[in-house]
Design a protein around this ligand. Structure first.
Ligand code: F0G
Length: 354
Protein backbone atom coordinates (compact mmCIF):
# COMPACT_ATOMS: atom_id res chain seq x y z
CA UNK A 1 0.00 0.00 0.00
CA UNK A 2 1.27 3.42 -0.85
CA UNK A 3 1.28 6.17 1.72
CA UNK A 4 2.24 8.91 -0.69
CA UNK A 5 0.26 12.14 -0.96
CA UNK A 6 -2.81 11.57 -3.21
CA UNK A 7 -3.20 15.14 -4.54
CA UNK A 8 -5.65 17.74 -3.28
CA UNK A 9 -8.87 16.17 -4.56
CA UNK A 10 -8.44 12.93 -2.62
CA UNK A 11 -6.91 14.74 0.37
CA UNK A 12 -9.86 17.14 0.70
CA UNK A 13 -12.57 15.24 -1.19
CA UNK A 14 -15.36 16.04 1.25
CA UNK A 15 -14.71 19.76 0.86
CA UNK A 16 -14.82 19.75 -2.92
CA UNK A 17 -17.63 19.55 -5.51
CA UNK A 18 -16.69 16.07 -6.74
CA UNK A 19 -18.62 12.80 -6.79
CA UNK A 20 -17.74 9.15 -7.41
CA UNK A 21 -18.30 9.89 -11.09
CA UNK A 22 -15.70 12.66 -11.26
CA UNK A 23 -12.45 11.43 -12.81
CA UNK A 24 -9.56 12.54 -10.61
CA UNK A 25 -7.06 14.23 -12.91
CA UNK A 26 -4.09 14.83 -10.63
CA UNK A 27 -0.37 15.44 -10.90
CA UNK A 28 -0.19 15.08 -7.09
CA UNK A 29 -0.31 18.80 -6.43
CA UNK A 30 -0.57 20.34 -2.96
CA UNK A 31 1.05 19.34 0.34
CA UNK A 32 3.57 22.15 -0.06
CA UNK A 33 5.74 23.06 2.93
CA UNK A 34 5.06 25.89 5.34
CA UNK A 35 8.59 27.17 5.80
CA UNK A 36 9.45 29.19 8.94
CA UNK A 37 11.40 32.30 7.94
CA UNK A 38 14.98 32.23 9.20
CA UNK A 39 15.97 35.80 8.43
CA UNK A 40 13.20 38.11 7.25
CA UNK A 41 10.82 37.10 10.06
CA UNK A 42 13.29 37.61 12.91
CA UNK A 43 14.45 40.90 11.38
CA UNK A 44 10.87 42.19 11.24
CA UNK A 45 10.03 40.82 14.68
CA UNK A 46 7.35 38.54 13.24
CA UNK A 47 6.51 34.87 13.47
CA UNK A 48 6.70 34.59 9.70
CA UNK A 49 6.06 31.55 7.50
CA UNK A 50 6.15 31.00 3.78
CA UNK A 51 3.64 28.77 2.00
CA UNK A 52 6.00 27.58 -0.70
CA UNK A 53 3.65 27.03 -3.63
CA UNK A 54 6.47 26.98 -6.14
CA UNK A 55 6.91 23.34 -5.17
CA UNK A 56 3.72 22.26 -6.93
CA UNK A 57 4.15 19.99 -10.00
CA UNK A 58 4.29 22.79 -12.57
CA UNK A 59 5.91 25.24 -10.16
CA UNK A 60 2.95 27.36 -9.10
CA UNK A 61 -0.26 27.35 -7.05
CA UNK A 62 -2.30 27.09 -10.25
CA UNK A 63 -2.05 23.31 -10.09
CA UNK A 64 -4.46 23.20 -7.14
CA UNK A 65 -7.10 24.88 -9.25
CA UNK A 66 -6.21 23.07 -12.44
CA UNK A 67 -6.65 19.56 -11.00
CA UNK A 68 -10.24 20.54 -10.21
CA UNK A 69 -10.91 22.42 -13.44
CA UNK A 70 -9.57 19.60 -15.62
CA UNK A 71 -11.34 16.88 -13.62
CA UNK A 72 -14.66 18.71 -13.93
CA UNK A 73 -14.07 19.44 -17.61
CA UNK A 74 -13.43 15.72 -18.20
CA UNK A 75 -16.53 14.83 -16.24
CA UNK A 76 -18.57 17.18 -18.41
CA UNK A 77 -17.21 15.52 -21.54
CA UNK A 78 -15.06 18.41 -22.74
CA UNK A 79 -12.42 17.70 -25.36
CA UNK A 80 -10.58 21.01 -25.19
CA UNK A 81 -9.71 23.74 -22.68
CA UNK A 82 -8.56 27.31 -23.14
CA UNK A 83 -7.14 30.08 -20.99
CA UNK A 84 -5.62 33.52 -21.19
CA UNK A 85 -2.54 33.77 -19.07
CA UNK A 86 0.38 35.75 -17.77
CA UNK A 87 2.16 32.38 -17.87
CA UNK A 88 1.50 30.12 -14.93
CA UNK A 89 -2.09 29.26 -15.73
CA UNK A 90 -1.02 28.32 -19.24
CA UNK A 91 1.81 26.11 -17.94
CA UNK A 92 -0.53 24.34 -15.56
CA UNK A 93 -3.41 23.99 -18.04
CA UNK A 94 -1.02 22.59 -20.66
CA UNK A 95 0.37 19.97 -18.28
CA UNK A 96 -2.96 18.80 -16.85
CA UNK A 97 -4.61 18.77 -20.27
CA UNK A 98 -1.75 16.76 -21.78
CA UNK A 99 -1.84 14.22 -18.97
CA UNK A 100 -5.57 13.73 -19.40
CA UNK A 101 -6.03 13.64 -23.15
CA UNK A 102 -7.51 17.11 -23.58
CA UNK A 103 -6.50 19.65 -26.19
CA UNK A 104 -5.27 22.92 -24.74
CA UNK A 105 -5.15 26.42 -26.20
CA UNK A 106 -3.38 29.23 -24.38
CA UNK A 107 -3.61 32.90 -25.30
CA UNK A 108 -0.76 34.99 -23.96
CA UNK A 109 0.40 38.58 -24.22
CA UNK A 110 3.16 38.54 -26.82
CA UNK A 111 6.67 38.88 -25.44
CA UNK A 112 5.34 39.45 -21.93
CA UNK A 113 5.48 36.09 -20.23
CA UNK A 114 8.46 34.59 -18.45
CA UNK A 115 10.68 32.14 -20.35
CA UNK A 116 10.10 29.13 -18.12
CA UNK A 117 6.33 29.37 -18.37
CA UNK A 118 6.35 29.59 -22.14
CA UNK A 119 8.71 26.60 -22.27
CA UNK A 120 6.23 24.60 -20.20
CA UNK A 121 3.23 25.38 -22.41
CA UNK A 122 5.24 24.43 -25.49
CA UNK A 123 6.68 21.27 -23.95
CA UNK A 124 3.22 20.02 -23.05
CA UNK A 125 2.08 20.63 -26.63
CA UNK A 126 -0.50 23.31 -25.99
CA UNK A 127 -1.46 25.46 -28.94
CA UNK A 128 0.22 28.72 -27.92
CA UNK A 129 -1.25 31.90 -29.38
CA UNK A 130 0.60 35.12 -28.62
CA UNK A 131 -1.45 38.27 -29.12
CA UNK A 132 -0.26 41.82 -29.41
CA UNK A 133 -2.17 42.90 -26.35
CA UNK A 134 -2.17 42.56 -22.58
CA UNK A 135 -3.63 39.88 -20.29
CA UNK A 136 -6.95 41.67 -19.89
CA UNK A 137 -7.46 41.76 -23.65
CA UNK A 138 -6.46 38.11 -23.99
CA UNK A 139 -8.99 37.17 -21.32
CA UNK A 140 -11.75 39.04 -23.08
CA UNK A 141 -10.97 37.09 -26.26
CA UNK A 142 -11.06 33.67 -24.60
CA UNK A 143 -14.27 34.51 -22.75
CA UNK A 144 -15.87 35.33 -26.08
CA UNK A 145 -14.61 32.09 -27.63
CA UNK A 146 -15.93 29.92 -24.81
CA UNK A 147 -19.36 31.50 -25.12
CA UNK A 148 -19.39 30.60 -28.80
CA UNK A 149 -17.70 27.20 -28.87
CA UNK A 150 -17.76 24.05 -26.71
CA UNK A 151 -14.36 24.69 -25.18
CA UNK A 152 -13.89 24.85 -21.42
CA UNK A 153 -12.54 28.03 -19.85
CA UNK A 154 -9.94 27.25 -17.16
CA UNK A 155 -9.15 30.76 -15.96
CA UNK A 156 -10.15 31.60 -12.40
CA UNK A 157 -13.54 32.82 -13.61
CA UNK A 158 -14.17 29.08 -13.56
CA UNK A 159 -15.48 28.37 -10.03
CA UNK A 160 -13.82 24.93 -9.92
CA UNK A 161 -10.42 26.67 -10.03
CA UNK A 162 -11.21 28.50 -6.79
CA UNK A 163 -12.51 25.33 -5.16
CA UNK A 164 -9.17 23.66 -5.76
CA UNK A 165 -7.12 26.66 -4.73
CA UNK A 166 -8.94 27.04 -1.40
CA UNK A 167 -7.17 23.85 -0.25
CA UNK A 168 -4.01 25.87 0.32
CA UNK A 169 -5.82 27.66 3.16
CA UNK A 170 -6.83 24.26 4.59
CA UNK A 171 -3.22 23.09 4.45
CA UNK A 172 -1.97 26.20 6.25
CA UNK A 173 -4.49 25.63 9.07
CA UNK A 174 -3.57 21.94 9.22
CA UNK A 175 0.15 22.79 9.31
CA UNK A 176 -0.10 25.54 11.93
CA UNK A 177 -2.80 23.80 13.96
CA UNK A 178 -4.92 26.94 13.54
CA UNK A 179 -5.55 29.80 11.15
CA UNK A 180 -2.74 32.38 11.05
CA UNK A 181 -3.28 35.93 12.27
CA UNK A 182 -2.36 37.40 8.88
CA UNK A 183 -2.29 36.02 5.36
CA UNK A 184 -0.27 38.01 2.81
CA UNK A 185 -0.69 37.23 -0.87
CA UNK A 186 0.08 38.75 -4.28
CA UNK A 187 -2.97 39.85 -6.25
CA UNK A 188 -3.31 39.74 -10.03
CA UNK A 189 -6.64 38.57 -11.36
CA UNK A 190 -7.62 38.21 -7.68
CA UNK A 191 -8.69 34.57 -7.89
CA UNK A 192 -6.23 33.28 -5.36
CA UNK A 193 -7.03 35.73 -2.56
CA UNK A 194 -10.70 34.90 -3.16
CA UNK A 195 -9.97 31.18 -2.95
CA UNK A 196 -7.90 31.46 0.25
CA UNK A 197 -10.64 33.46 1.93
CA UNK A 198 -13.22 30.82 0.89
CA UNK A 199 -10.96 28.17 2.41
CA UNK A 200 -10.43 29.93 5.72
CA UNK A 201 -14.14 30.75 6.06
CA UNK A 202 -15.11 27.16 5.25
CA UNK A 203 -12.68 25.65 7.78
CA UNK A 204 -14.08 27.92 10.46
CA UNK A 205 -17.69 27.21 9.52
CA UNK A 206 -17.01 23.49 9.74
CA UNK A 207 -15.38 23.93 13.15
CA UNK A 208 -11.90 22.81 12.05
CA UNK A 209 -10.37 26.19 12.89
CA UNK A 210 -11.77 28.78 15.26
CA UNK A 211 -10.47 32.05 13.87
CA UNK A 212 -9.95 33.84 10.57
CA UNK A 213 -6.81 35.58 9.33
CA UNK A 214 -6.67 39.20 8.29
CA UNK A 215 -6.26 39.10 4.51
CA UNK A 216 -3.57 41.39 3.07
CA UNK A 217 -3.36 41.40 -0.72
CA UNK A 218 -0.61 43.16 -2.64
CA UNK A 219 -0.64 44.42 -6.20
CA UNK A 220 2.34 45.83 -8.08
CA UNK A 221 2.27 49.62 -8.05
CA UNK A 222 2.13 49.87 -11.87
CA UNK A 223 -0.73 47.35 -11.99
CA UNK A 224 -2.82 48.28 -8.99
CA UNK A 225 -6.41 48.77 -10.17
CA UNK A 226 -7.98 47.72 -6.86
CA UNK A 227 -5.82 50.14 -4.90
CA UNK A 228 -6.50 52.95 -7.37
CA UNK A 229 -10.20 52.13 -7.59
CA UNK A 230 -10.20 52.01 -11.38
CA UNK A 231 -8.97 49.67 -14.15
CA UNK A 232 -5.42 50.27 -15.41
CA UNK A 233 -5.29 50.31 -19.20
CA UNK A 234 -1.59 49.59 -19.66
CA UNK A 235 -0.44 47.76 -16.53
CA UNK A 236 3.31 47.66 -15.98
CA UNK A 237 5.56 45.83 -13.52
CA UNK A 238 8.56 43.54 -13.57
CA UNK A 239 6.31 41.01 -11.80
CA UNK A 240 4.82 39.81 -15.10
CA UNK A 241 2.53 37.25 -13.43
CA UNK A 242 0.48 40.02 -11.82
CA UNK A 243 0.60 42.51 -14.68
CA UNK A 244 -3.20 42.78 -14.77
CA UNK A 245 -5.25 45.93 -15.11
CA UNK A 246 -8.81 44.75 -14.60
CA UNK A 247 -9.07 41.72 -12.30
CA UNK A 248 -12.03 39.42 -12.75
CA UNK A 249 -12.34 38.73 -9.01
CA UNK A 250 -11.95 42.40 -8.05
CA UNK A 251 -15.12 42.54 -5.93
CA UNK A 252 -14.40 39.30 -4.07
CA UNK A 253 -10.86 40.45 -3.29
CA UNK A 254 -12.23 43.67 -1.82
CA UNK A 255 -14.78 41.70 0.17
CA UNK A 256 -12.11 39.37 1.56
CA UNK A 257 -10.00 42.32 2.66
CA UNK A 258 -12.94 44.27 4.08
CA UNK A 259 -14.60 41.43 5.96
CA UNK A 260 -11.31 40.24 7.49
CA UNK A 261 -10.18 43.71 8.56
CA UNK A 262 -7.35 43.45 6.06
CA UNK A 263 -6.46 45.53 3.05
CA UNK A 264 -5.32 45.57 -0.58
CA UNK A 265 -2.20 47.66 -1.03
CA UNK A 266 0.52 48.18 -3.62
CA UNK A 267 4.27 47.62 -3.63
CA UNK A 268 6.78 49.12 -6.06
CA UNK A 269 9.01 47.09 -8.34
CA UNK A 270 11.98 48.17 -6.20
CA UNK A 271 10.29 46.78 -3.10
CA UNK A 272 9.43 43.57 -4.96
CA UNK A 273 13.03 43.10 -6.09
CA UNK A 274 14.38 43.79 -2.61
CA UNK A 275 12.08 41.09 -1.21
CA UNK A 276 13.06 38.74 -4.07
CA UNK A 277 16.71 39.10 -3.05
CA UNK A 278 15.92 38.65 0.65
CA UNK A 279 14.00 35.44 -0.05
CA UNK A 280 16.85 34.13 -2.19
CA UNK A 281 19.22 34.94 0.68
CA UNK A 282 17.28 32.56 2.87
CA UNK A 283 17.33 29.83 0.26
CA UNK A 284 13.93 30.40 -1.30
CA UNK A 285 13.89 31.09 -5.02
CA UNK A 286 10.61 32.61 -6.15
CA UNK A 287 9.42 34.55 -9.14
CA UNK A 288 9.06 38.33 -8.68
CA UNK A 289 5.25 38.27 -8.32
CA UNK A 290 5.59 35.97 -5.32
CA UNK A 291 7.96 38.39 -3.63
CA UNK A 292 5.17 40.98 -3.67
CA UNK A 293 3.62 39.30 -0.62
CA UNK A 294 6.85 39.67 1.35
CA UNK A 295 7.44 43.22 0.09
CA UNK A 296 3.93 44.02 1.27
CA UNK A 297 4.53 42.60 4.74
CA UNK A 298 7.72 44.65 5.09
CA UNK A 299 5.78 47.76 4.08
CA UNK A 300 2.97 46.98 6.53
CA UNK A 301 5.38 46.45 9.42
CA UNK A 302 7.08 49.76 8.64
CA UNK A 303 3.66 51.45 8.51
CA UNK A 304 2.72 49.73 11.80
CA UNK A 305 -0.26 48.11 10.09
CA UNK A 306 1.11 44.74 11.22
CA UNK A 307 2.25 44.70 14.84
CA UNK A 308 5.53 43.17 16.04
CA UNK A 309 5.11 39.62 17.28
CA UNK A 310 2.28 38.83 14.87
CA UNK A 311 1.97 35.49 13.16
CA UNK A 312 2.03 35.99 9.40
CA UNK A 313 1.90 33.58 6.46
CA UNK A 314 3.16 34.84 3.10
CA UNK A 315 2.11 32.89 0.04
CA UNK A 316 5.03 32.33 -2.33
CA UNK A 317 2.98 31.62 -5.42
CA UNK A 318 5.52 30.58 -8.06
CA UNK A 319 9.04 29.18 -8.37
CA UNK A 320 12.01 31.35 -9.27
CA UNK A 321 12.97 29.03 -12.13
CA UNK A 322 9.86 30.20 -13.94
CA UNK A 323 11.45 33.56 -14.65
CA UNK A 324 15.20 33.01 -14.83
CA UNK A 325 15.82 36.37 -16.50
CA UNK A 326 14.53 38.27 -13.46
CA UNK A 327 17.81 37.51 -11.77
CA UNK A 328 19.47 40.01 -14.13
CA UNK A 329 17.71 42.73 -12.16
CA UNK A 330 19.57 42.02 -8.93
CA UNK A 331 23.15 42.86 -8.06
CA UNK A 332 24.91 39.51 -8.42
CA UNK A 333 26.64 38.89 -11.73
CA UNK A 334 28.68 36.15 -13.37
CA UNK A 335 32.42 36.96 -13.51
CA UNK A 336 34.35 35.64 -16.46
CA UNK A 337 37.84 34.32 -15.71
CA UNK A 338 40.47 32.40 -17.60
CA UNK A 339 40.26 28.59 -17.40
CA UNK A 340 43.44 28.32 -15.34
CA UNK A 341 44.01 27.31 -11.72
CA UNK A 342 45.80 30.57 -11.09
CA UNK A 343 43.05 32.82 -12.48
CA UNK A 344 40.27 31.01 -10.61
CA UNK A 345 42.35 30.92 -7.41
CA UNK A 346 42.99 34.66 -7.63
CA UNK A 347 39.29 35.30 -8.12
CA UNK A 348 38.32 33.06 -5.17
CA UNK A 349 40.91 34.60 -2.84
CA UNK A 350 39.79 38.07 -3.87
CA UNK A 351 36.32 37.32 -2.50
CA UNK A 352 37.49 37.66 1.09
CA UNK A 353 36.11 34.29 2.11
CA UNK A 354 38.63 33.69 4.92
N1 F0G B 1 1.53 34.85 -8.35
C1 F0G B 1 1.79 34.19 -9.48
C2 F0G B 1 3.11 33.51 -9.61
C3 F0G B 1 0.82 34.14 -10.52
O1 F0G B 1 1.10 33.46 -11.62
C4 F0G B 1 -0.40 34.81 -10.34
C5 F0G B 1 -1.42 34.80 -11.39
C6 F0G B 1 -0.61 35.48 -9.13
C7 F0G B 1 0.37 35.49 -8.17
C8 F0G B 1 -1.88 36.20 -8.85
O2 F0G B 1 -2.93 35.33 -8.64
O3 F0G B 1 -4.42 36.12 -10.44
O4 F0G B 1 -5.27 34.66 -8.63
O5 F0G B 1 -4.65 37.02 -8.16
N2 F0G B 1 -1.24 34.35 -12.55
C9 F0G B 1 -2.28 34.22 -13.58
C10 F0G B 1 -1.75 33.46 -14.77
C11 F0G B 1 -2.99 35.45 -13.90
O6 F0G B 1 -2.26 33.64 -15.89
O7 F0G B 1 -0.85 32.65 -14.61
P1 F0G B 1 -4.42 35.81 -8.98
Amino acid sequence: MTKSWPGIIEAYRTYLPVTDKTPVCTLYEGNTPLVPSKMIGPRLGLELYFKYEGLNPTGSFKDRGMTMAISKAKEAGAVAVICASTGNTSASAAAYAAANGLKCVVVIPKGRIAAGKLAQALAHQAQVLAVDGNFDEALEIVRYLTEKHPIELVNSINPDRLEGQKTAAFEICDQLGKAPEYLAIPVGNAGNITAYWMGFVEYKRRGISNSLPRMFGFQAAGSAPIVLGRPVKNPETIASAIRIGNPVRWKQAEEAAASSNGRIDAVTDEEILAAYEMLAAEGLFVEPASAASVAGVIKMVEAKAIAAGSQVVCVLTGHGLKDPNAVDLISNKVRYVDATKKAVETAVMGEGLF
